[in-house]
Write a new protein. Structure first.
Length: 447
């Protein structure tokens, strides 16, 4: 998976090597101060066995004004369009500015993500059994390579505001509102090339079984429309947002999802998320250590199963932030492998900027990272199984205590003008119950 995407990044890096001057102490130059609008375009070429060839591109425009605030920017516009040949995709527009309205940071986002093969592993992490042989063709008990997949289309339109509470104490308030639409359901098998077992109905995925057993109830099984409101406080002393070398960034955010606007009266839920991030300089300008701790708790209502993985954040800088597991939470662990009403997660990274250069009148630096991720469920989803046959319970559920889920790995980053960052991470899950190796190509540092 993603092998062609990796190849593209490697070729791009080699091209930079060929055309740029090596960075050494003797020839290191002061960074060019950027002014006006700058553009970071990247083509997207990747491949996923289940979804097909991915193609598209992204553009990130930065307005540095007269250059007096560089490397900070006056405004940023991010555009991404990518498609898989078998129907999935990502369409996103994001705008961010601290100068559009005096005294306010405004972030607006529109995202549409049709996903023909969204991961679904159940709830409560350790208690949900992952049967690897069920998705491995050739095994005697093979069922379907898509057994832990479902259809999930996601649409979000949001606007967030952040304003100063106390400049002296680096405190800000935040408020945001969004319309979110989830269209979920069984796999669209006619659009997927599934190598099925002749002895097993390939349309019977874990999602279908959860619906059949009554774990996923009728009111939530096809998704819904919700208004999301959030508010909170932010403490921020970072020296640079995209890749800080020092400072603290902490926030507490309360999110409320209304009941389903479709009219069934269910699905209202409130989540409280506290996030603490800290950055330490080890070698000035070059080597830093960073860590992030997230604790989240459902404080009111009952979450629809499709909202349960959502993790709250103070700023919308991702197409989606769900977990735990995947590119933005526990790298190397299956997406949404660890889902609970209460979670705690820790990410640690050692970041080394080992090469700076100028190319085409732009500032670049390369960085490598080493990371370790971990997380666990602290409050379980209340799972009721009214129709689960007793003889099948042991195949899908374990009566065990919750345990931490760990992963580790390495990454590489290429940053242009300190703000536009191409990112590649390779993560390895410690337990085979959680995954194996994950490869992630995207933009920006994790936090």
């Amino acid at each position: 998976m993603m092998r062609k995407g990796i190849l593209l990044i490697v070729v791009f890096f080699i091209a930079i090597c060929v055309h740029a001057e090596r960075d050494t102490t003797s020839n290191r130059k002061s960074e060019l101060v950027k002014k006006g609008w700058n553009l970071g375009p990247i083509p997207i070429i990747a491949f996923d066995t289940d979804l097909g060839l991915e193609y598209g591109g992204l553009l990130n425009f930065f307005d540095y004004g007269d250059g007096t605030i560089y490397p900070s920017y006056r405004q940023s516009v991010y555009l991404e369009v990518s498609r898989y040949t078998k129907g999935s995709g990502l369409y996103r527009v994001n705008y961010d500015s601290k100068y559009l309205v005096k005294g306010l940071r405004v972030t607006a986002d529109f995202t549409y993500m049709p996903n023909l093969a969204n991961d679904f592993f159940g709830f409560n992490g350790s208690e949900s059994v992952f049967n690897k042989s069920w998705i491995k063709s050739g095994r005697s008990d093979y069922r379907s390579e898509m057994f832990y997949k479902m259809n999930k289309d996601y649409l979000r339109g949001s606007v967030d505001f952040q304003g100063m509470l106390s400049k002296r104490y680096h405190l800000s308030w935040l408020f945001g509102a969004a319309f979110v639409k989830y269209n979920v359901g069984p796999l669209k098998s006619d659009k997927l090339d599934i190598a099925d077992s002749p002895s097993y109905d390939k349309t019977k995925t874990l999602y279908d079984k959860y619906v059949e057993w009554g774990i996923i109830q009728d009111w939530e099984k096809r998704g819904g429309n919700h208004i999301m409101l959030k508010g909170g406080v932010v403490y921020d002393t970072r020296d640079n947002e995209p890749n800080p070398m020092s400072g603290i960034w902490a926030d507490a955010v309360l999110q409320y999802f209304t009941t389903n606007l479709n009219g069934n009266g269910n699905g209202g839920v409130a989540k409280l998320t506290a996030t603490f991030r800290q950055y330490f300089t080890i070698i000035p300008n070059d080597l830093s250590f960073a860590y992030r701790v997230i604790a989240q708790q459902t404080v009111a209502g009952k979450s629809p199963f499709y909202i349960a993985p959502v993790i709250g954040s103070s700023i919308v800088n991702r197409a989606s932030f769900e977990g735990m597991g995947g590119a933005y939470s526990l790298r190397g662990i299956f997406r949404n492998r660890v889902v609970g009403d209460g979670i705690v997660m820790v990410n640690t990274e050692l970041r080394y900027k080992f090469w700076r250069l100028r190319l085409l009148n732009q500032n670049f630096y390369w960085a490598i990272t080493m990371f370790g991720d971990g997380g666990m469920v602290t409050d379980k989803v209340d799972v009721k199984m009214p129709n689960l046959p007793q003889e099948e319970q042991a195949l899908y559920f374990k009566d065990v205590a919750q345990r931490p889920h760990f992963s580790y790995g390495v990454g590489g980053k290429l940053a242009m003008n300190q703000n536009f960052v191409i990112s590649g991470d390779i993560g390895k899950a410690v337990s085979s119950q959680d995954g194996s190796i994950g490869v992630y190509i995207g933009v920006n540092f994790l936090f």
